[in-house]
Design a protein around this ligand. Structure first.
Ligand code: UD1
Length: 431
């Protein structure tokens, strides 16, 4: 298994190109199942989760081709993938694949909408608390599907087609909103989603669906209306920039006291996180090119945050912000309201000398002037990158184990950081 060795202490200075968003890429790719025409996605990140989803979708009958890299092209420029599901050859998504990536469960919606049935394994994915799918299934049931659980599989049927309905989510769910959008796009009649997720990735999926011929109003707001259509067409779409990747490097720059340009990042996707960064003493400048983040010499100030659905502070940046707060001059409180048990990074951050105490759904972080390099273990995707951030600022050498978690969500992490002056090396299992 690969490891990453980091010698801390260097400030980050330079330009970091932000990749296409993983959390947008996955639902966009899944939407290709809704049509027999070609969906072309540009700016797809080169990530393990994207490659795995390509395999999963090809099992269902998606033919794909990936444009080769042109000579002289940046190695980490996004890729273009053409996906065509001329015929759905299999409506079963097996445990072996779905258990490796939770989002692949979402195939249930297009399979059901297009073929009238789907048999999809209950998901796995990051080990961050229990992550049920009850609200996704509730939405499909409201649209007229019958749902049964059989031997660890969800069996969904709607042989007469789905029908538009009112769907009210008792809790904001990104996956639930994606699933409901895809299913409702091909349902008969009008669907109204109440308390829908407002994340930029939801808007990106709705944008693609509209290009494919779907009739959607209100995406990006809490109430979304969808008039179902009989069939959808192909379309071409560019994946939006990854706000979580951008936020992560923003925190790394603030942590090391550097000056980076996050090329392509959009301030409107990151407002809550940028506000917190500014309060902590970093300077944020938004421009056409992207976001410039600086912290030159000033101490890191403690800031309390609480995660919330968009536009609140994203749970996917909670661990990274906690890493930053471990070096703040004072005490901060970090509250996690989206996922229970999303504090697995706390014990690993403690290996660097961080002082963190858990109180229910909050972590109380007592900042320290100095962190010391240590061997640490990545546990989930976002937690693991918080260890990288801490290691970049810690004195001496750190070794991050189990970096396959990072490879699921961060494209060319060590290259992007090294170019900005960090001392980061990947040690392959063969070395
Ligand atoms: C997506 C993101 C993930 C992010 C999360 C919250 C992708 C691939 N993943 O995950 O990175 O951390 O949004 O922003 O886009 N819930 C239920 N029942 C359900 C579904 C969800 O109770 O049927 C709960 C969850 O346990 C959680 C909350 O709703 O407490 C939000 O989860 P949700 O927004 O659905 O997360 P995902 O879509 O899985």
């Amino acid at each position: 298994m690969d490891r990453i060795r980091i010698v801390g202490g260097n400030p980050l200075n330079g330009v970091i190109p932000i990749s296409g968003a993983k959390n947008a890429a996955l639902p966009l790719m899944i939407a290709s199942l809704l049509t027999d025409r070609t969906v072309t996605l540009e700016n797809l990140p080169r990530l393990a989760d994207v490659s795995l989803l390509v395999r999963i979708l090809s099992n269902h009958g998606v033919d794909y081709s990936i444009d080769g890299r042109r000579q002289g092209e940046e190695q980490d420029a996004g890729q273009t993938v053409h996906m065509t599901a001329r015929e759905i050859v299999d409506t079963v998504a097996p445990y072996e694949l779905v258990s490796r990536m939770r989002a692949s469960f979402w195939v249930v919606a297009p399979l059901l909408a297009r073929c009238g049935e789907a048999r999809v394994s209950l998901p796995g994915g990051c080990a961050i608390g229990t992550r049920p799918v009850d609200l996704l299934l509730m939405a499909l049931e409201r649209l007229g599907a019958s749902i049964e659980i059989d031997a660890g599989y969800v069996v969904a049927k709607a042989h007469k087609g789905l029908r538009g309905a009112e769907v009210t989510f008792p809790k904001v769910t990104v996956g639930g909103t994606h699933v409901a959008l895809m299913a409702a796009a091909l349902a008969q009649g009008t669907t109204v989603l109440h308390n829908a997720a407002r994340e930029p990735e939801v808007l990106d999926l709705a944008d693609l669906l509209v290009k494919m011929g779907a009739r959607i109003r209100g995406a990006g707001q809490s109430v979304i209306e969808i008039d179902g259509v009989a069939r959808l067409n192909g379309a071409k779409h560019r994946v939006l920039p990854d706000r979580i990747e951008a936020g992560t490097y923003a925190m790394a720059a603030a942590m090391t006291g550097g000056d980076v340009m996050l090329q392509g990042a959009k301030a409107e996707h990151l407002k809550a996180a940028l506000d917190a960064l500014e309060q902590s003493g970093a300077t944020v400048d938004a421009s056409e090119e992207g976001l410039r983040i600086r912290r030159n010499g000033s101490p890191i100030r403690p800031v309390d945050i609480s995660t919330a659905p968009f536009p609140g502070f994203p749970t996917d940046l909670q661990a990274q912000f906690m890493a930053l707060m471990t070096r703040a001059k004072g005490v901060s409180r970090i509250t996690e309201t989206i996922f229970e048990n999303r504090f697995m990074h706390v014990q690993e951050l403690a290996r660097f000398g961080a002082q963190i105490r858990l109180e229910g759904d909050s972590a109380i972080v007592e900042g320290r002037p100095v962190l010391k390099g240590a061997p640490v273990m990545a546990t989930d995707l976002r937690a693991s990158v918080s260890l990288v951030i801490a290691a970049l600022a810690a004195e001496g050498e750190s070794m991050v184990q189990r970096v396959y978690h990072l490879d699921r969500g961060f494209e060319a992490l060590e290259r992007k950081l090294s170019r900005c002056g960090a001392d980061v090396t990947r040690i392959s299992s063969g070395d």
